[in-house]
Design a protein around this ligand. Structure first.
Ligand code: DOR
Ligand code: ZN
Length: 357
């Protein structure tokens, strides 16, 4: 049979992205907004987004950078802390400002120092979220220094997620950017109240990739990429057609000096070619017919939001991914051109291209 060379799917959404703020936001926003209709925007700014007012302000700054009639909707999140008022989170949810709340275990990742130190401390808040059916988005890694960094997700599931779901059986949870077979198995076995997002980079990279020919800081992210058997399990899950697995890029741009440093930041900037990157994986698996469910249907169903009605077209047309994000003519004030983030897949050829609209 002739391979498919044109694929039309419902416009996708990104259920997990870091858009940053200020000049970096200005530089990266269009990479997400050019293809995704909606994106769940992470709140780990400095200071983090912990109030309805802060989220409204951030949303406004995002919207002010979008061209007229772009049709992109940012979905804002609340950053949970030990003492966040459940009333504030609930108000934000009912006023249509917070689509979800994000749980960072304190010090698990970038800008998570103000995160939650003990899940039991926020039990009243979680009960409230459970009652109002507000999704909890979890960075699922333990921070215990005695746990090997490659085991932190699996240990989080055992130590924290299973007991959490016993304490809050009605809570809607997304285990974000899963990286292990353990997470795949756990999520597949659960009910419709638990889902997981999967990033393009965790579908393409295994932990060897970080060390091929030298230390590749551009492939460093959290949770860190794992062994090949885990990557394979993620590919199987993403292409399975199971509605509990859906698209979340975790695109996380950092200035070059932050990545190319003796103590480099975690995060991969994949927004610009994310849908083409996923398409490559689905194509390799002979599962292009399942891309639309993963990218455009299972996420909104989980969040209880309508499906997008517009379409995007992918063409089997090779493209070489440039090294750096292109800035508009004249650059962006406050962003040194030497600090522009590197694209995921930089220098590689991707077999699929997005048809320009
Ligand atoms: O790699 C990551 N980068 N993982 C995270 O959890 C945070 C993100 C960031 O904000 O840079
Ligand atoms: Zn993230």
């Amino acid at each position: 049979m002739k391979p498919l060379d044109r694929l039309v799917i419902r416009r996708p959404d990104d259920w997990h992205v870091h858009l940053r703020d200020g000049a970096m936001l200005e530089a990266v926003l269009s990479a997400t907004a050019r293809v995704f209709a909606r994106a769940v925007v992470m709140p780990n700014l400095r200071p983090p987004i912990t109030t309805v007012e802060a989220a409204r302000g951030y949303r406004q700054r995002i919207e002010s950078l979008l061209p007229e009639n772009n049709g992109f909707t940012p979905l804002m999140t609340a950053y949970l802390t030990d003492d966040l008022d459940p009333g504030e989170v609930e108000r934000g949810f009912f006023e249509g400002v917070f689509a979800a709340a994000k749980l960072y275990p304190a010090n698990a990742t970038t800008n998570s120092a103000a995160g939650v130190s003990d899940l039991v401390l926020i039990a009243p808040l979680l009960e409230r979220m459970e009652a109002i059916k507000m999704p909890l988005l979890i960075h699922g890694e333990v921070t215990d220094p005695d746990v090997d960094v490659f085991d932190r997700e699996a240990v989080f599931i055992e130590r924290h997620l299973i007991p959490l779901r016993e304490r809050h059986p009605e809570l809607r949870i997304v285990l974000e950017h899963i990286t292990t077979e353990d997470a795949v198995d756990y999520v597949s076995d659960c009910d419709e109240l638990l889902a997981a997002t999967i990033t393009p980079h965790h579908l393409h990279l295994n932990r060897n990739s970080m060390f091929v020919g030298g230390l590749k800081s551009d492939f460093y992210c959290l949770p860190v990429v794992k062994r090949e058997c885990h990557r394979r399990a993620l590919v199987k899950a993403a292409t399975s057609g199971l509605p509990c697995f859906f698209l979340g890029t975790d695109s996380a741009p950092h200035p070059r000096s932050g990545k190319e440093s003796a103590c480099g930041c975690a995060g991969i900037f994949n927004a610009m070619h994310a849908i083409e990157s996923y398409a490559a994986v689905f194509d390799q698996e002979g599962a292009l017919d399942r891309l639309e469910g993963f990218a455009s249907e299972f996420g909104p169903r989980f969040y209880g939001l309508p499906l997008n009605t517009e379409k995007v077209t992918l063409l089997r047309q090779p493209q070489i991914v440039p090294h750096l994000l292109n800035l508009p003519e004249g650059g962006i004030e406050g962003l040194d051109p030497g600090e522009v983030p590197v694209h995921f897949h930089s220098g590689e050829t991707l077999a699929w291209s997005l048809e320009s609209v």
